[in-house]
Design a protein around this ligand. Structure first.
Ligand code: RNT
Ligand code: ZN
Length: 413
């Protein structure tokens, strides 16, 4: 008997079908953020990263050209099992022959290289307008700016991105999730909290007035509680984005780094599922603040996965990763984080969900606790190893990445 077969029997005794779990896992798409590869820099602006987000560290080998970033994504994806989607930001536009287009003039053609990249790999693309790291961010504001020229510039950016998203969906045949996140906020106590929010609302209305095919493009809106240098007030707060999403019929997005440290996204998912057909997540790990550390297989990541799996919501939740660590090998950061999202999902798929739910409904909390704790020591590693084997990826990604680092990354300027 193989280790997998032996472990399968142990799960069977708990009432869990490991084959079903593995078959479900292999079809779950994770939208992998491209920005881990170059510390959220992109190719369209010489501005340093702004918007209250920050990468720290200067590990060698950062990608600084489209070719390098694509090669690194390929390397990372070759070591990540399961289905992937490419999550791009508008600042990753690729200009050729000295041509340039500002954010308000971006067109689908500026992403044709990415489109080809994705198509060649049978992947869909998700997209994000980039409302940061740009000279038109005035006093930290974009869509909520009181300066009409600034606000209009960013509205135009949003509209162009909507067109690009629809282009991706049409060309790949896979729906595109377009996420709107703006950094807008104030460092110190504002005199007027309402006017910026009213302008943000108006700007979103103007962007969404552009006709687009709602079966192909899912517009999501991401909230945030604060940013660096924007500690006192964030225009796109949780209440604002949730209310707006509901009213406009778009999809709310929760990033688990965007709440007060004792608030848990795992507890929020069910509330949003009660009111939305689809919801979206940015899976990250905040350490004391929205630090965007690499996702680990920690309790909260497992609990988030459990909420999706236990409520049969795998086809209702868009799962994307969002973190950026510049202090370790960036490819390893990618692989570790995405694998951990998948491990958390597998962990949830290997729990006797119906039995646990019934124990709760029957008020048998003693047995529920017993079962929850027993499941923690089941041979999860054997089932994960089986998944990697079926997906033809090795468990040892470290040495593979180390080789790539020595051969490719260290030679970069
Ligand atoms: C910032 C948000 C946002 C960004 C990306 C780069 O706090 O999480 O999603 O991380 O758009
Ligand atoms: Zn995010």
């Amino acid at each position: 008997m193989t280790r997998y077969e032996y472990s399968q029997k142990m799960y069977e005794a708990m009432g869990v079908d490991t084959e079903k779990a593995l078959n479900t896992l292999k079809d779950i798409t994770i939208s992998v953020h491209c920005w881990q590869g170059d510390d959220v820099v992109g190719f369209d602006s010489k501005e340093s990263l702004s918007g209250g987000i920050q990468t720290t560290g200067n590990y060698p080998g950062k990608a600084s050209t489209p070719e390098e970033l694509m090669a690194d994504i390929d390397k990372a994806f070759s070591l990540i099992p399961g289905k992937k989607k490419l999550n791009l930001h508008a600042c990753y536009a690729i200009f050729e022959n000295g041509e340039f287009a500002d954010r308000d003039a971006l067109e689908p053609k500026h992403f044709d290289k990415w489109l080809k990249f994705a198509k060649d790999r049978d992947m869909g693309i998700d997209f994000n307008p980039t409302f940061f790291s740009h000279p038109m961010v005035k006093d930290g504001l974009t869509l909520s700016s009181p300066d009409e020229a600034t606000r209009k510039f960013w509205v135009k950016h949003g509209i162009q991105c909507l067109k690009i998203s629809e282009y991706f969906a049409n060309e790949t045949g896979i729906p595109c999730v377009m996420n709107i996140w703006i950094p807008d906020g104030y460092k110190d106590i504002p005199a007027d909290r309402l006017s910026p929010r009213m302008r943000f609302k108006k700007s979103l209305d103007e962007i969404l007035a552009t006709p687009y095919d709602k079966s192909k493009v899912y517009v999501t809106l991401e909230s945030k509680v604060f940013g660096i240098g924007l500690e006192s007030y964030t225009v796109g707060s949780a209440e604002f984005t949730l209310s707006y999403s509901t009213k406009a019929g778009i999809t709310p997005l929760m990033d688990n780094g965007h709440y007060h440290p004792t608030e848990l996204v795992s507890d929020k998912i069910s509330s949003l599922l009660a009111f939305n057909e689809k919801i979206a997540l940015h899976v990250t790990r905040g350490v004391r603040w929205d630090s965007d550390h690499v996702v680990l297989l920690d309790d909260e990541t497992k609990e988030i996965a459990k909420e999706i799996v236990f409520h049969n919501a795998l086809n209702r939740v868009f799962i994307a990763t969002d973190y950026f660590d510049a202090s370790i090998n960036r490819i390893s950061a990618w692989v570790t984080g995405v694998r951990n999202v998948q491990k958390a999902l597998l962990n949830a798929l290997l729990l006797p969900a119906e039995k646990m739910k019934a124990l709760q409904e029957n008020g048998d909390f003693t047995q529920l606790m017993y079962l929850q704790e027993e499941c923690k020591t089941l041979p999860f590693g054997d089932i994960w190893a089986e998944f990697l084997m079926r997906e033809n990826v090795s468990g040892d990604y470290y040495n593979e990445i180390k080789k790539y680092e020595e051969k490719v990354l260290v030679n970069r300027k």
